[in-house]
Design a protein around this ligand. Structure first.
Ligand code: NAD
Length: 450
C-alpha cells in the first residue's frame, strides 16, 4: 500500500521504516529539512538500535523516501500517519497541539482523493473528534478524509521491535450520536486491517474502540507506569529513613504476579519526552473537563519523581561536606534511559545541570547522548570516555543505566578517582563488591552502612 508518515522524529522515522519493512511504499515527511536530508541519505539523526540497518535497506529497495513537501507526499499516499510532536506547552501543563493541527490541515488541504489520516501522536482526550471535523472542513468538496486514532506504545531503545511486534494495537474510530461506529469509520478500519495485515496474521491483539478510549489508552498506560515508578520511589524515601533495602522490597512485592517486578526500580526517577509531559497533560485535560480530582494523584506522582532528582543533588552536597562549589563531580549518563540519546526532561542531565549551577565542576560521559546534552547545557564538561569523566572525581554519580555502567567495577575507576565515593542512582551495581573494595556506596532506598 502507499503510505506517508508525517513527522519523522523518534516515532515517525521508526514507523516509516517499519511500514517499509512490512512491504508498503512509504514517504516520510518532516518540516525539518536537516532531518529529512539525513534520513534520505540513510542516516538516522538519533540513536535507535536496529533502525539504521532497516533505513538503509529500504532506501535501497526503493520502498522508502523522504520529503518536506506536502504537495509531493499527500497525493502519493492513501493512508497518512501523523507522528508529530505534542510537547508540554511553555506556559502550562497542557499538550501543545499546534503541530498535530498543522499536519491535519496540511494533509486535508492537499488531498486530491479520499484518504485516511491515522493519528499516532499522544493527544488529550477529545482531540480526535475535533481533528476529524477540522479535516472535513479543510478537504475539498467531494474528497472524504477519514480520521482514525492509533496510539503508539513504542519504547525508545526498542522502537523497531515494538513497532513491528507491538503488545497490542488500538484503533479508535469515529462514532455517531448513538455511539455507533460510522460507515466511513468502518471502511477506514478495513483499510487499516490491510496495512497491518501481516501483524494481525501473527496474532497481535487488535482493539477496536471509540476515539476517546483510544486516546485515553495511551495516557492511561503512561500514567500507570509513572505511578509504579513513583510508588517504589516513595517507599525508598521511607527505607532511606528507617533502614531497609528497596531492591529486596521490590523483588518481594514484584513476585506477586498481580504487581509484577517491572517498573519497580527505585532510582533517580523517570524522564524523557513522554511520561512527564503525558501525566501533566492528562491532569490539564481533566481540569478542562471539570474532573481534575480524578487524576489529582498524578500531581503527587510528578512531585515524588522530581524529589528524587533533588535528593541525589543533596546527597552529593552532603558527601562533599556541605558545598559542591569548585568540586570535581563525575556524572555517568545524560540520556533519560539507556539505548537512547534522548535527553528530554532527563533526570541525569537535570541533576548534572543543577550541580553545575551550584558551582561544581561537572565532568559528563554518556555513550550516545553527549551531543544532545551539550545542545541543552553547553557549559558542562563533556568527555568521550568513562576514565576522563572520573579523573580526579571526588564523587561519581551513575545516573543512566547503560550496560557499560552496569558492568563497572571498582578496579576500573580506582586509578582515576580522587575519592572512592559512588552514588548508584539506578540501583544497578552490587553494593558488596564496591564496599569490599573500600568504596563508599550509596543508592536510592538502601541504607547500606559499613
Ligand atoms: P520528535 O520531536 O522526535 O518528532 C516530532 C517531529 O515532528 C519532528 O521531527 C518535527 O520536526 C516534526 N514536525 C513538527 N511539526 C510538523 C509538521 N507540521 N509537519 C511535519 N512534521 C512536523 O517527537 P517523538 O518523540 O517522535 O514524539 C512524537 C509523538 O509521538 C508525541 O506525541 C509523543 O508523545 C508520541 N510518542 C512518542 C514516543 C517516543 O518514545 N518518542 C512513544 C510513543 C508516543
Amino acid at each position: 500500500m502507499k503510505l506517508t508518515v508525517i513527522g519523522t522524529g523518534y516515532l515517525g522515522a521508526t514507523h516509516a521504516v517499519s511500514m517499509a519493512e512490512l512491504g508498503h511504499e512509504v514517504i516520510g515527511l518532516d518540516v525539518d529539512q536537516a532531518k529529512i536530508d539525513a534520513l534520505a541519505s540513510g542516516e538516522v539523526p538519533f540513536h535507535e538500535p536496529g533502525l539504521p540497518e532497516l533505513l538503509t535497506k529500504h532506501i535501497g529497495t526503493g520502498k522508502l523516501r523522504f520529503t518536506t513537501s506536502y504537495e509531493e507526499a499527500v497525493p502519493f499516499g492513501d493512508v497518512h500517519f501523523i507522528g508529530v510532536g505534542t510537547p508540554q506547552k511553555a506556559e502550562s501543563h497542557a499538550a501543545d497541539m499546534r503541530y498535530v493541527d498543522a499536519a491535519v490541515k496540511a494533509i486535508a488541504s492537499a488531498a486530491d482523493r479520499d484518504c485516511i489520516i491515522v493519528g499516532k501522536s499522544t493527544v488529550p482526550v477529545g482531540s480526535a473528534a475535533r481533528l476529524q471535523e477540522l479535516a472535513r472542513e479543510k478537504a475539498a468538496d467531494g474528497v472524504r478524509v477519514t480520521l482514525v486514532w492509533n496510539p503508539e506504545f513504542l519504547r525508545e531503545g526498542h522502537a523497531v521491535d515494538d513497532t513491528l511486534t507491538p503488545d497490542r494495537m488500538v484503533l479508535g474510530l469515529e462514532t455517531d450520536a448513538n455511539g455507533q461506529y460510522t460507515e466511513e469509520a468502518l471502511a477506514a478500519e478495513k483499510i487499516l486491517r490491510e496495512v497491518y495485515a501481516s501483524q494481525l496474521a501473527a496474532d497481535i491483539p487488535l482493539i477496536i474502540t471509540d476515539y476517546q478510549t483510544a486516546e485515553l489508552v495511551k495516557v492511561a498506560a503512561n500514567s500507570f507506569l509513572a505511578t509504579k515508578i513513583s510508588f517504589i520511589n516513595a517507599l525508598s524515601e521511607i527505607t532511606e529513613t528507617v533502614g531497609g533495602d528497596i531492591r529486596t522490597l521490590a523483588d518481594a512485592i514484584g513476585l506477586d504476579e498481580r504487581i509484577g517486578r517491572k517498573f519497580l526500580n527505585a532510582g533517580v526517577g523517570f524522564g524523557g519526552g513522554c511520561l512527564p509531559k503525558d501525566i501533566r497533560a492528562l491532569r490539564a485535560r481533566a481540569a478542562e473537563l471539570g474532573v481534575d480530582q480524578s487524576v489529582r494523584f498524578l500531581a503527587e506522582v510528578d512531585d515524588i519523581n522530581l524529589r528524587r532528582r533533588e535528593h541525589t543533588v543533596q546527597l552529593a552536597v552532603q558527601q562533599l561536606g556541605g558545598s559542591v562549589h569548585g568540586r570535581d563531580i563525575a556524572v555517568l549518563g545524560t540520556a533519560f534511559k539507556p539505548e537512547s540519546d534522548d535527553v528530554r526532561d532527563s533526570p541525569a542531565l537535570d541533576i548534572a545541570a543543577r550541580l553545575h549551577s551550584m558551582g561544581a565542576e561537572v565532568h559528563v560521559y554518556d555513550p550516545k547522548a553527549n551531543d544532545n546534552a551539550a545542545k541543552r547545557y553547553p557549559r558542562l564538561d563533556y568527555v568521550d570516555r568513562i576514565e576522563q569523566a572520573v579523573a580526579r572525581a571526588e564523587i561519581v554519580l551513575l545516573l543512566t543505566e547503560w550496560k557499560e555502567f552496569r558492568e563497572l567495577t571498582p578496579e576500573q575507576l580506582e586509578p582515576f578517582v580522587r575519592e572512592r565515593t559512588i552514588v548508584d542512582g539506578r540501583n544497578v551495581l552490587d553494593p558488596e563488591q564496591w564496599i569490599n573494595a573500600g568504596w563508599k556506596y550509596m543508592a536510592s532506598g538502601r541504607s547500606i552502612k559499613k
